[in-house]
Design a protein. Structure first.
Length: 74
C-alpha cells in the first residue's frame, strides 16, 4: 500500500473517500486502500458507513475479492 501522508490526504478530493463530506473517512485512492477501508469499516463502522464504503469501494475497484457477488446455489 502506498503511504498516504497527511498533506496528500488533505489534498484528496472528497470523491476519493468512501465516506465523504466533513468526515472524509476511509480513503479509497487505490486497490490496497479500498481493501483496507472495507476491513476497517467492518470492524469499526456503523451500518450506514458499512453500506457506503462497500458501495463506493466496489464501484471503484470491482476486482476486490469481497466485491464479487455470489449467486445462490453456486
Amino acid at each position: 500500500m502506498a503511504k498516504l501522508t497527511y498533506k496528500a490526504r488533505k489534498r484528496l478530493p472528497a470523491r476519493k473517500f468512501a465516506v465523504d463530506g466533513k468526515k472524509r473517512k476511509y480513503p479509497i485512492t487505490d486497490r490496497a486502500h479500498a481493501a483496507n477501508a472495507l476491513s476497517r469499516v467492518s470492524a469499526h463502522g456503523t451500518p450506514a458507513e458499512k453500506k457506503a464504503v462497500r458501495a463506493k469501494a466496489c464501484a471503484a475497484h470491482p476486482t476486490l475479492p469481497s466485491c464479487k457477488t455470489r449467486r445462490k446455489g453456486k
